[in-house]
Ligand binder design. Sequence first.
Ligand code: 6R9
Length: 651
Amino acid sequence: MADRSSVSQLFAPPARVSDGSFYPSHGSYEKMYAQSLENPEAFWGSQAEVQIDWFHQFTQVSDCDLASGMVAWFLGGKLNVCHNCVDRHLSIRGDKVAILWEGDEPGDVRKITYRELHREVCRLANVLRHNGIRKGDRVAIYMPMIPEAAFAMLACARIGAVHSVVFAGFSAEALRDRIQDARCKAVITADEGRRGKKTIPLKRPVDEAVMACPTVEHVFMVRHTESKVPFYEPRDIDLGEAMKNERPYCPVEHMDSEDTLFLLYTSGSTGKPKGISHTSAGYLLYAMLTHRYVFDYREDDVFACVADIGWITGHSYVVYGPLANGATTVMFESIPTYPDAGRYWDMVERHRITQFYTAPTAIRAIARLGDEFVKRYDRSSLRVLGSVGEPINPESWNWYYNVVGEGRCNIVDTWWQTETGGIMITPLPGATHTKPGSATFPFFGIVPVLLDDQGNEIEGNGVSGLLAIKSPWPSMARTIQGDHRRFAQTYLDPFPGYYLTGDGCRRDEDGYYWITGRVDDVINVSGHRMGTAEVESALVSHPGCAEAAVVGFPHEIKGQGIFAYVILKEGFDADAELIGELRNEVRTHIGPIAVPDQILITPGLPKTRSGKIMRRILRKIASQETGELGDISTLADPSVVELLIEKRKGL
Ligand code: 6R9
């Protein structure tokens, strides 16, 4: 990748932000960062004491050894995450809006105060308890972006059940696999979701999935669109009706710091998604602190993260971080282009939103539709604009900064992962001079390093390598559901003593970090992680598909698109119908987000003599960068490359 840093501008924190923020200079960030590294035990220990409401104080700050896969924080402590996000606010901000929900139609708004949130969560928790859900049980949540989704997550946390939120865009099959893997005892869902006037079936795919999930005893369903859907009693329970019968108080379970709070499935470089496991105290503390510092959160703010709760961003910055800080958090059901490309800024004006957090893919999608959709609305309430999910290209950064933020707002380009639990590399409003496209510097307590292929640290500035994290932090994933060995093999064993991120990175001459993208077989489609192996195995389940190879290629809106090379079996023709069937195969196995943008039917693939597909070459052909294919002499049949280049031109 070209070195964008050398041509980039440096932006000082806008005065409006630097005036009142917590760390008004880069010097104070550096001082606090240095303290956090000098004595991590003291730093994290004192933060945990102050920020978390403990039922029983922890006795040891941490017990970690990355090399052996041992990570534990705040040992001996007892707490409840739901109590920290809800109950503890009642006496001081009971009437403050906790969740500000904006539905699919502009202005369809629900405001839920902390007191109301407490009651709803308690009722829902009681429904779960009275239907046999206990501490440690797993509960799948397959919901649209409605307040009940947050109630469900918090209710699980309240009674010590482990939630596994599955993005409502995943297919019945993908849901089934995740329910089976976690052995969920119940599913919480809705009749349907709504996005941009389209309805998204939810109960039907749940029914289909649960047929093959003997562990599921109940399906709790919220009536959202009120459309008629199949309902099988006594398995199915109308959640709204059941909640009416429950008292609005439910005691909280005292959880150990290291009890699992949730599982969240994400794609890796093999076919099977990984159930990333996060625990209670460390995750909560880190989500809280990052929400506060990275977004310069203040008591009267209206914080809007428009990510779906099916992703980690929704967990940490729609639900847990903001609520633990007693914030008003916006929950958005619709899409950025409905009814038109001004929807975000319309919301900003109506709700006086102060922080706005979205993904580059959404920024690109609306920026191309014109500035007038932005300028129509009053954005003077905004202070901080956040970006997450993929590298933000400098053009989009500048548009976000100049057009949306009118040069008044800090842009925070936040790098992190499902596995890290919270933001790891990011500017701090008021403190950090930013460069468009760089996530800048590490958060407190985080030690990023660049490694070469042998695992040696690459020192100094103006260097590139594999991004790894050198010391443990409170919200790092603890394991992969049911497969601790895979956890160790993926993240910790490759270079003992480091957590390996899977991203490539450059540290420029000034020490700024620039994430350059995945170095493994994971594609980042619209900020969503997709394993190439998952898409390949969906394609080969079509009876006509003999072999498939999937790679990413640059895509104007999505960041990366999905490009599939397919070899057909004898007797199948490469016509439009078959291409449609192949796409459909992916839609049913995984979901619409994984459907390839391009499918190229080919009689062969470039392979080494030992039979390994040369993905490097396939990526170049898909990206039409065939001027620099590199060495192809090791290929079993180099002529296939010419053929693919020709076919690619014809697509
Ligand atoms: C939070 C989230 C993680 C992967 C990560 C990286 C990419 C996320 C980024 C970014 C460049 C940023 N990524 N934020 N790349 N700049 N600011 O997205 O988690 O879904 O697990 O994806 O996303 O490649 O490794 P997750």
